[in-house]
Design a binder for this molecule. Structure first.
Ligand code: SF4
Length: 66
């Protein structure tokens, strides 16, 4: 499945996330533009993976329909 033609369902990991938590499409023109343009900062990443995942979950909750 190249790119994310139908978007990514909220609450699920991206299908292009590798087992080592890297992007399988990094450097590939099929990588979604939103991924390439994202500039994460301290408010998004916090100081731990757990913080970042909670923040992402909150963004998905606020912008999704689940
Ligand atoms: S950067 Fe985009 S395409 Fe790559 S793993 Fe993350 S969400 Fe998926």
């Amino acid at each position: 499945m190249p790119g994310l033609p139908d978007g990514k369902p909220a609450g699920l990991p991206c299908p292009h996330l590798t087992p080592t938590l890297a992007c399988a499409l990094f450097g590939d023109p099929r990588r979604p533009q939103v991924c390439a343009s994202l500039r994460p900062g301290p408010e998004m990443c916090g100081d731990s993976r757990e913080y970042a995942l909670r923040h992402l979950d909150e963004l998905e909750r606020l912008t999704g329909s689940r």
